[in-house]
Structure formats: C-alpha cells, structure tokens
Ligand binder design. Structure first.
Ligand SMILES: Cc1cc2nc3c(=O)[nH]c(=O)nc-3n(C[C@H](O)[C@H](O)[C@H](O)COP(=O)(O)OP(=O)(O)OC[C@H]3O[C@@H](n4cnc5c(N)ncnc54)[C@H](O)[C@@H]3O)c2cc1C
Length: 804
C-alpha cells in the first residue's frame, strides 16, 4: 500500500468505485480506494439492480439518466459486463390521484427530454400480460428503465478506474482519520497509514461510523428491505421479450423479470430500521432474517393485481439493509467545517444514481464545482437540526411513503414540531396551518375560526385557497403581519468585512443604515445565493438569505473566509421577527415607535435600530410582498411582546396575520423569484433578471469574468412571467412550457395571484423567445393550457406603493 495519495476513497461499493472511476476520468490518477473486505461487501452485493431515470427532482433525474447511459462506457473500457437489461418500465395507477401523478411525471419528463408515454391500461397489458387490467386506470411507460448486475457494475467501475491509474486495496479497513496541518488527512488503517490530500467517505452502511471518525454525525440510517424471487413461471418463461419493470403504487411493490421468474420488492409501511445507532464492523456478506408478516399485506394486493403471482413458488426471500437520508436523496459534497473531507453516501438507488454521484463529486473535487445543480443531493441541505433521532423519524416516514404521493401542498408529519418560535402557541390559537422548513415550524395560512386547521393534499386548489385570498386582500388593502422564522441570518464584522463581502457578492455594499439586494455567484457566473445585506455599523453587516440554504451558504462563506479581519456568525437562532406589509403598515409602525418613519425620514431600503414599544429592534424598509412594508428583527425573547403589541396596535387598522401561501402569491404579482426555484446554480443573473444587482464597476468579485463574457454573448435563457388560463389547478413547478407544438422551457414556480386575480407561472424560456408573441402553452396535469407572457409586474409596476 502507498504511503501518500492525492485522494483516498473509503468504501468499495458501487458508489466508491464510481467516484474512483470518475476521479481518474477527470485526470486525477494518484487515487486509492480502501475496502475493508471484498468489493460490494456493503449493501451493493444484494441489491436488486433495478434502475430508472425518473426522480421528483429533475436535476437528480438528469444524473440518473447519465448513470444509465454510462454503463456502455464502463463496459467498453473495462471489458466487464454489467448485464444491462433495458426492457423499459411501467408505472401503474390504480386511482385518479395516481393518474394525476403520472400526468405530472410525464410533464416533467418532457422538460428533461425523456421519451415517456402515457398509455391506457389495455396497452400496458399488451406489454405486461400478467397485469389484472380491472385494477388499474392507466400507466406511464418509460423506455429508460431496466436492471443491471450489481457486482458486474461495481467491478466495471473498479476495473475502469484501475486502468485509469487508480489503486484498490481490499481487506483494508480504515480505523481512524486524523487531520494534518497542511489540510490533508492521515488515514489510519489496519494495515498501516496513508497520508491523503483528500478523503471521500463512500462508506455506505458504515458511512455514519466513518463520519464519526472526524466528529461528524451524518443524517443517514439503514432500513431493512425485502424482495423475493419466484420460481420459474410459465407465464414468464415462455416469452420471447423480457417483461417491462413495473411499479404498482396501489400494492406498493416493484417487480421485474429475473430469468423465467419474477423479482418483487416492497417498501413496507411498517418498516424497520437496521442497526439504528451503530453498524457492526463485522457485518459481512450476510442477509437479515426475512419477516413475511411485514410484507403479507402487500403480497395479498399483489396477488389481486397480478393473479399469476398467487400460484408462483418463492425461490428466495432477500432481506437486506441499505441507507437513506431523511428525504431519500444522496448526501454528496464537501462537508462544512472540515477541510478536504468529502462524502458520497446515503445513496439509496446506487444503480440509478451511482454514476451521477461520481460525476458530480469528481467535478466538485477537481474543478471546485459540481458543474450542475446538485442542491437536492448536497450534504449541506441539512442543518444541525438533522440529529440521529430526527433522521430516524424522517427516514422511516420517507421509506414507508416510497410508493405514496406527496402532493405539492403536503407537509409531512414526522419529527414535528421540532423547532418553534416563542409565538408558536399564539399562531396555533389563531388557527394556523403549519409547515416545517429546515426544522422550523411556520404558518402557511390561517384557517377561519371554527374550521379545522388542516390542508387537504391535492394537485388542485386546496381549502387554503379562500383563506389565503383573504390574507392577500388584507395586505393589499390594509396591513398584514407574518413571522420571518424561516429566513437565514448572518452577521459579518471586522475591518475587512466590507472588502470581503464586496468580493463575495455582486452588488456594491450599502452605506451605513442602508440595504442592498445582491446575488452571489460561483466562478462560472451561476447564482449560488441571493441576499439582502444591511450595513449596521462602520464594520458591521447583517445578511438575510434563504433558510433552507443556511449550511450551504455558510460552507461557501467559510471556505472563502480570510485568516483575519473578518468574523462571520450565523444569527438565525437569535434574530427573529415579522414582516408587516400593506398600505397601512407605516401607520402601524408609527404607532409603536417614536422614530420618524415618514417616507422622507425612513425611505425604501433604509435599515435602522429603533424601539418598537418596549422592544429594541432592527427595522428594514423592505419586504417580499412588493407593497409598502417593513421587516422587524428582535431577540427571540422579545418576540412575544412585539407580537402582542403589533396585534393590539393594528386592530383598528384591519391588521391580519398571514402565512407563507399569501407571501408566495403576493410575490408572484411582482414576478419576484425565490431561492431554489428561480435562483439556482444553473442560471446566471442575466437569465434570472438579477443583472441590475450586479455592479460591474467593482473591480473584482467572484463570477465577474463570467458575467462580462455573458454580456458579450447574451444570456441563453430568460426568466419570464406567464398568465395561464387554468382550470382548478395552478402550476407548481417543473411543468413543460410549449410553444407552437414544441417544448421550449420549464416552469420554476407559480400559483394563483389572488390580488391580480389570475393564475401565474414563472418560467425559463430561450432568451430569443422571451419577448416573442406566439402560442405559448403550459402543461398542467396533462392538459396544455394557453399562457400569455406578462412583460411587467401585475402589481404596482411603477413601484409607487413600495416607494411611496
Ligand atoms: C435488498 C436491497 C435491494 C436493493 N435494490 C436496489 C435496486 O434495485 N436498485 C438500486 O439502485 N439500488 C438498490 N439497492 C440499494 C443499493 O444497494 C445501494 O444504493 C448501494 O449499494 C449503495 O452503495 P454504496 O457504495 O453507497 O454502499 P455499500 O454498498 O454499503 O458500500 C460501502 C462499502 O464501504 C466499505 N467500508 C465501509 N467502511 C469502511 C472502512 N472504514 N474502511 C474500508 N471500507 C469500508 C464497506 O465494506 C462497503 O463495501 C438495494 C439494496 C438492498 C439492501
């Protein structure tokens, strides 16, 4: 074994071998993989090998597509067969809701350029004669589905990596990791040590334990998973063509052909975690004791849905563990706070995702950026709230719901409430319907008195529609207040603070007492953040950003922090507050303070310290509703008092509490985008319409060269607003935008703009089409609805309300 390597990859499952291969492909050849046993010795060896492209996140779906296409390449390089079978796959809907799901999935697949096809159940039966057609309503056919041999794939990656210069040491267990002064790692194994510049944790079933070697508690948990293999069946073995894969959402099973029989697996609702605290190091090529009772309900339904199954003999029952993150997507990327320590774990679909994970991670290590939008699988999408107990609750929920619809307006109940602010009970008393974001409870909308605060999950308009409309009306006609619990807040201080922020962010930093809006770019000029910055002292700034991206942004900030002169702190837990907005919001504010808040004394984009009643606060004249309004920030233990004082002072002004649904509606009328929807690392500020917040007069900031280049060539895409002629269902995001019979773009978000009284979609289209006339349509639930470009904001296009 070598004594030094540029990279040590820990773990020789499908993911570790893919990472190793991709590193060599990217030109890093001094790379070593350490495996405590034989390759495939974790969850990989007993996988069913199924693969598919579709994923609820289109960016992950793209990586799954890449993975499936990659098998040809590694077979060719290595000479090792992956036993790729591509019979295609059927998703079977047995209820109208599942039919809706298939239509939504088909729309997203179109955006991705995938050739999926909605077919009748009769057509499905022609492809898969074992189906009981009486039990289903329709199907989605995806030609990019199939299965591989897990061991073949892993060895094909491994051989390809070796041919690229990598070394693989089997039967070598990493027992500890020690940081070195130069930023590298001493990798201590049972066979000696290796000094590595970078370490990648691909420990699969042991990823948690490898994480603990560096003081990290990764949010991963292994679950027991059953599948069974039938004896040969005459209905299967005589066929000239392999049966397509099947997902039967009703019975919650997946199925595929294996030689002359079938493989059938299920994600049991009454699921069971495996080794929830600690994975034993001596767990080898073992299977777990099957528990047929756990899957008997699914089997009964499967017999009804596929009658030939009932008489089939069972050759083998497999019960094996594999790992999940709380939302079921992988954990990939550099770990905040640790230098040169990377993870690629929690990969629950290694044969659909392993290639994409390897590509993204190797790009990240070699180029400094994953090269694509991987937020949905970025390890930084979870914060410190994702403890082991949280992970346990969420993984069980996610596993048990694998074949259940999560509607776009649905908030799942596990691990809640976790974080609450001091007014949680007050909001509850006011009949709030809550959502959870980054562990924090926040009001989505308020149910009318006497009505149960519960939102019906649906693809169509829900019972939140009328209450949210009333909340929007109150904001536009009087004044509303809402909590800002889910914002991320940071404080930056020090003599170098301004210079550092100016280098990191695209806009000019504000004068003291003022605010600016600013994107943050990566060197390729793509948006990796959008913030509001307030200068609150000569060397002191507050930054407000998206709550769900807190760890993601802190990681970037910390990676770029100079050795001295700048101090960065998260203030998310100790700055809380409210937005008050609407034409009477100034009057409300004035009632609580002696500070002059007239337009002349406290203009748009000012940021001040003032007392609000008895509470010291920071107040910014800015808010996300596009109306006259303010953000009020106080210490958490002042929140209740301020809440009570605002309610009392606003009573005769028509003050109404509003929730996130109303904000998201109000901002549509201003065509304001949001992080993770309109603003993501696949778009540039010019494409997103944020170029007015990029100050090219500044000599240097990250991404400046790329912005200048784009100025010459022009943007490829443009974010536009459509008014959509809908029928009971608004867009949610990821719908296809059609023009003259072809898909030309995709929706990022939208919904009903209650004050403007129309349905709105924000979407990216090719820049050339952004101002064009033409017959645009947006596909909602399989229906192509006419859509009209809306060139200016629907509400207050001259900004008179906001500035007045
Ligand atoms: C029953 C079952 C059916 C499945 N079916 C499918 C399917 O149809 N399709 C699909 O895509 N996925 C399926 N999976 C999931 C799939 O197996 C996983 O996604 C995949 O195996 C994850 O691979 P990995 O490399 O991340 O982890 P693992 O396979 O667990 O690999 C981790 C490796 O790291 C090594 N290691 C850990 N710690 C150390 C250390 N300290 N030192 C050295 N080596 C170490 C381990 O020995 C192990 O070999 C299934 C899983 C199960 C259990």
């Amino acid at each position: 074994m070598k004594s030094h390597a540029q990279v040590v990859v820990i773990g020789g499952g499908v993911v570790g071998c893919s990472v190793l291969y991709h590193l060599t492909k990217a030109g890093w050849r001094d790379v070593v993989l350490l495996e405590r046993s034989e390759l495939t010795s974790g969850s990989t060896w007993h996988a069913a090998g199924g693969m598919h492209t579709l994923n609820s996140d289109p960016n992950v779906a793209k990586l799954q597509h890449y993975t499936i296409e990659l098998y040809k390449e590694i077979e060719e390089i290595s000479g090792q067969s992956c036993s790729v079978h591509m019979p295609g796959g059927l998703m079977l809907a047995d209820t109208p809701a599942w039919l809706d799901f298939l239509k939504v999935t088909q729309g997203t697949a179109r955006v991705l350029g995938l050739e999926t096809e909605l077919i009748s159940i009769e057509e499905a039966k022609e492809r898969h004669p074992l189906i009981n057609e009486k039990r289903f309503l329709g199907a989605l056919y995806d030609p990019m589905e199939g299965h591989v041999d897990p061991s073949g794939v892993t060895h094909a990656y491994a051989k390809s990596a070796r041919l690229g210069g990598a070394e693989i040491e089997r039967f070598t267990r990493v027992v500890d990791l020690q940081p070195l002064k130069d930023g590298g790692w001493e990798v201590i194994t049972d066979k000696g040590g290796i000094k590595a510049e970078h370490v990648v944790n691909c420990g699969g079933l042991w990823a948690r334990e490898v994480g603990r070697m560096v003081g990290l508690e990764l949010p991963v948990l292994a679950m027991e998973h059953h599948y069974l293999i039938t004896d040969e069946m005459s209905e299967v073995s005589g066929r000239s063509q392999e049966l397509p894969h099947c997902i039967d959402f009703g019975a919650e099973i997946y199925m595929r052909q294996e030689h002359g029989g079938l493989v059938m697996g299920t994600y049991e609702r009454n699921c069971v975690p495996w080794s929830p605290k600690q994975t034993p190091w001596d767990f080898g090529h073992e299977l777990l004791q099957p528990d047929m009772d756990r899957i008997s309900g699914n089997l009964d339904m499967a017999f009804d849905h596929f009658p030939a199954l009932e008489t089939a003999g069972i050759k083998q029952v497999i019960n094996g563990p594999f790992t999940f993150a709380p939302d079921g997507n992988p954990l990939v990327g550099p770990v905040r706070g640790l230098k040169n320590f990377w993870v690629a774990c929690g990969v629950m679909a290694g044969f659909s995702q392993g290639g994409g994970v390897g590509l993204a991670l190797s790009n990240w290590m070699v180029e400094g950026d994953p090269g694509m939008d991987v937020f949905a699988m970025d390890v930084a999408r979870f914060g410190d709230y994702a403890t082991m107990a949280y992970t346990n609750a969420k993984v069980r929920e996610n596993y048990g719901r694998r074949f259940r619809i999560t509607f776009p307006n649905e908030e799942l109940p596990a691990a809640r409430p976790l974080r609450t602010t001091a007014i949680y009970d007050r909001l509850k008393d006011a009949n709030a319907v809550f959502g959870a974001s980054y562990g924090m409870e926040h009001a989505l909308w308020f149910a009318p008195e006497g009505v149960e605060p519960f939102e019906t999950p649906t693809y169509r308009r829900s019972n939140a529609f009328e209450p949210a409309k009333a909340e929007c009306k109150a904001v536009r006609e009087a004044v509303g207040m809402t909590e800002t619990a889910i914002f991320a807040k940071y404080e930056v201080t020090g003599p170098e603070a301004e210079g550092w922020l100016s280098h990191l962010l695209t806009n000019r930093m504000p004068r003291e007492g003022r605010l600016v809006l600013t994107p943050m770019l990566n060197p390729a000029g793509k948006i990796i953040g959008d913030f509001t910055v307030a200068k609150v002292g000569p060397e002191r700034f507050f930054i407000f950003g998206s709550g769900i991206a807190e760890d993601y942004h802190l990681r970037w900030f910390e990676q770029h922090l100079p050795e001295s002169g700048v101090r960065l702190q998260s203030r998310s837990r100790d700055l809380q507050g409210f937005i008050i907005a609407g034409p009477k919001s100034r009057e409300l504010l004035a009632r609580l303070t002696d500070t002059d808040v007239s337009n002349a004394a406290f203009p748009f984009m000012d940021f001040r310290r003032m007392d609000l009643g008895m509470v010291p606060a920071w107040v910014g004249r800015i808010n996300f509703t596009g109306d006259l309004g303010y953000e009020l920030w106080v210490a958490p233990d002042d929140l209740r008092r301020l809440h009570a004082d605002l309610l009392a002072a606003g009573e005769d002004l028509g003050l109404c509490q509003f929730g996130l649904r109303a904000i998201l509606s109000l901002r549509l009328e201003k065509s304001y985008g949001t992080w993770a929807r309109e603003y993501r690392p696949i778009y540039t500020p010019m494409e997103a319409g944020l170029d007015r917040f990029v100050d090219l007069r500044k000599n240097a900031f990250i991404g400046r060269d790329a912005v200048l280049k784009e100025k010459e060539t022009g943007p490829k895409l443009r974010l536009v607003t459509f008014i959509v002629d809908v029928d009971e269902a608004d867009v949610v995001g990821d719908e296809a935008v059609w023009r003259d019979g072809a898909v030309v773009g995709w929706v990022t978000s939208g919904g009903y703009a209650h004050h403007a009284d129309c349905s709105v979609a924000l979407a990216y289209v090719p820049a050339a089409l952004a101002n064009s006339e033409g017959n645009f349509e947006i596909e909602i639930l399989g229906d192509r609805r006419p859509a009209k470009l809306q060139p200016e904001p629907l509400f207050d296009p001259q900004r008179e309300r906001m500035l007045g």
